[in-house]
Design a protein around this ligand. Structure first.
Ligand SMILES: *Cc1c(COP(=O)(O)O)cnc(C)c1O
Length: 404
């Protein structure tokens, strides 16, 4: 049934700040990995709202948590604490190395807290001159001015005037460059344990090991930005757990709320002590509604069967994508881990990731890109075999339309 809607895509250009260029269709409803637009067209969702909708759309567990909490109490501010926040924090400390949790509302804010903690700790313990933040090229840490400056993409961070200082960018996976640069003046090294926005670039095991060792040698903190990799995305609850090292500070957001905005910074007791009353804060951070939903999400995702299911689904995707590549020869490589996967376009298809995204959309499939040359897949962690097969069949049609 086609219903005349009072709002349409063209209204976006009238009333929205033009920093996005959204697709034509406007989704209005979703169940599991399926979404419907205003006209009732159906889409299979391999994007998951950019690695956010980890239980798909409107999972009954999330809906129940939201409805239950929604009729109890919505907001208090940090003048008081609340039950969902305390329960969620305690669960996050159980599933990770952390002893302490700070709640925020987004990935950027969780990273902002991580960076401020690192700077404060270094200043308190070693002195003001230990302030250098080392981060990596093509890294992404959010859009606040500090986090975007630490992110390694000048096109995102330039053009806004003077930046927060003492941030160095080195090439990812380059042990020699890090070894040559890091010093006792380094306050922290910040990295994604698998670069997401930068093109689905996994770290080498040697690199991760070397980063940890060099941080220890120079008393620098290691900050893992797990905003995209966290909450089961790679098949471990947090990606560091599959890498054999432990960071000092970890940020998490995206899948943490399964679609409800929430972020968190996780750290040790020793570091947390340095964030005394008044040093940092957030009006909404630890909001009861957000924490109630995230608690339900964490309960489901931390189940070992769900985590094992992520690895099983990775295999479905890899097999399906390899089969399509045997047919159409577009990809040089399928990479990533768990359900954070990238299909890198080969030399003949450079720069055309967005064409794949648009062609997929026309066939009723939502995918993402990671830069101009990588098609990214970050679906629900509980996507069904039927949904994966249906989506891959649509991708088949989309690729066919592109090569013909
Ligand atoms: C998405 C992302 C962020 C930013 O999260 P927001 O919620 O958009 O602020 C930070 N770091 C990484 C690795 C991300 O993928």
């Amino acid at each position: 049934m086609t219903v005349e809607k009072s709002v349409q895509r063209k209204d976006f250009d009238q009333v929205m700040v033009p920093c996005y260029n959204p697709m034509e269709m406007i989704p209005v409803r979703g169940v599991g990995a399926r979404v419907w637009d205003q006209q009732g067209n159906e889409y299979i969702d391999f994007a998951g709202g950019i690695a956010v909708s980890c239980l798909g759309h409107c999972h009954p567990v999330m809906v129940k948590a939201l409805q239950d909490q929604g009729s109890k109490i919505w907001h208090l501010s940090n003048v008081m604490t609340n039950e969902p926040a305390l329960r969620l924090a305690s669960k996050l400390t159980k599933v990770s190395f952390a002893d302490k949790v700070f709640f925020a509302n987004s990935g950027a804010e969780a990273n902002e807290a991580a960076l401020k903690l690192a700077r404060r700790y270094a200043a308190d313990v070693y002195g003001e001159e230990k302030s250098e933040i080392i981060a990596f090229k093509q890294g992404f840490h959010g859009r606040t001015f500090f986090t975007v400056t630490v992110g390694g993409q000048a096109s995102y961070s330039d053009g806004f005037g003077p930046k927060p200082g003492d941030v160095t960018h080195l090439p990812y996976n380059d042990i020699d460059a890090l070894q040559a640069h890091i010093s006792d003046r380094t306050c922290a090294v910040m990295m994604e344990p698998l670069q997401g926005e930068g093109g689905i670039i996994p770290p080498t095991p040697e690199f991760v090991q070397a980063v940890r060792e060099l941080c220890d040698k120079h008393n620098a903190l290691l900050i893992f930005d797990e905003v995209q990799t966290g909450n089961g995305r790679t098949g471990d609850f947090y990606a560091y757990q599959g890498l054999g090292i432990t960071p000092d500070i970890l940020s998490t957001a995206k899948s943490l709320g399964g679609g409800f905005p929430i972020g968190a910074m996780l750290t040790t007791e020793k570091l947390a002590e340095h964030m005394k009353v008044g040093t940092h804060g957030s009006t909404y951070g630890g909001n009861p509604l957000a924490c109630a939903v995230a608690e339900a999400v964490v309960d489901v995702v931390s189940d070992p069967q769900v985590l094992a299911g992520v690895k099983e689904r990775e295999a479905w995707f890899r097999e399906g994508l390899e089969a399509l590549n045997n047919k159409y020869h577009l990809f040089s490589e399928i990479r990533g881990k768990g359900l954070l996967l990238g299909a890198a376009l080969n030399a003949d298809w450079q720069g055309r990731a967005r064409d794949v995204l648009v062609a997929a959309g026309q066939q009723g499939l939502m995918v993402l890109v990671a830069g101009a040359n990588v098609v990214r897949f970050t679906p629900s962690l509980v996507i069904t075999k039927e949904e994966v097969d249906a989506g891959l069949a649509r991708l088949d049609k989309a690729l066919e339309s592109l090569v013909s």
